[in-house]
Design a protein around this ligand. Sequence first.
Ligand code: G3I
Length: 370
Amino acid sequence: MDRNSIVRAALAVSAMAAIASAQTSLKDAFQGAFRVGAALNPGQFEERDARGAAIVKTQFNTISPENVLKWESVHPRADSFNFAPADHYVEFGERNHMFIIGHTLVWHNQTPRWVFQDENAAPLGRDALLQRMHDHIRTVVGRYKGRISGWDVVNEALNDDGTLRQSQWLKIIGDDYIAQAFRFAHEADPAAELYYNDYSLENPAKRKGAIELIRKLKAEGVSITAVGSQEHDSLRGPSAEEVDAAISELAATGVKVNITELDIDVLPRASRQAGADVSLKVDAQAKLNPYAAGLPEDVQQALAKRYAELFGVFWKHRGTVTRVTFWGVTDGNSWLNNWPVAGRTSYPLLFDRKGEKKPAFDAVVAVAQK
Ligand code: G3I
């Protein structure tokens, strides 16, 4: 075969792959391997964003709520719950036969100050805070019993060095607050899957802390189904080898591994700090927002390659990895347009701002078609 024929043959193969993936949804491509999902905002699950809702229905079989089940959203004041948005989220999932995730019960962020204070704004004691945590979990998990199938019970309890974060939960209750939260969730819905969820678990020190935590919970007889590895990744890292090792080591504790908040940042690094600490803020500068007018083709292809490499790892661990959830639906909705720099134009997902599939979509589907 001459060079031109080889190029023509390669183009034909890639065109066939693109046609095959154009006809295949993510959920169908990975059927039998793991569920594929996305985090939704109210516009999507209330179907005001018709295009976004259509993508979700076509492509995904599991959903997570980006914000509406966080404490400050669902339980803004001591004596009142705000269930309407969360009800709409769950109803959307039920109408579309989705595996519905609850995110998140106990976190140091997005939790109102009153939670940790008495009526005189004095710090609460251990018993009172445990009682408050119990009431919250019983009410929220209980409301959606049998409807929400899996809960992020505790979110981001670890520091980067693997020690427990000095949150108000830890300071007031002590380090058994995590086990207590899992017990309360299990009591409220014994059939629900329960997860510990965190980011940067490819970092060996943090992973070691997570593994110790999971082993301790299991030794105490606490019901934990899976560890959620968020995967807020970038073009630079973590490497496929690091993700592979992290999944193997986490799974060796005897729990499943879920990829819970996947996205791949293509923008320049705005801070030395990696991860997903929502409190990080960096001032806007033009050089930190280089693709405001569009994503160059080479970066688009680099993103596709990076997605393929990560899905290659998830595919290898299918069965151990039981769910892969993207943190958003289209690039326009991603939290990465506003973190850690406000107002950037970010491109971390498989669907562009018009809702069109990106080359990364074909690259991901192709992993399951090899
Ligand atoms: O709802 C208010 C709105 O009333 C107000 O006008 C507006 C002005 O800023 O803010 C709105 O709240 C924002 C909320 O998202 C809903 O859009 C908050 O400011 C903003 O901080 C919040 O960001 C969310 C962040 O968690 C903090 O809760 C992101 O959307 C969400 O993607 C992100 O998700 C987290 C996961 O829960 C845990 N892991 C990391 C991940 C990414 O940070």
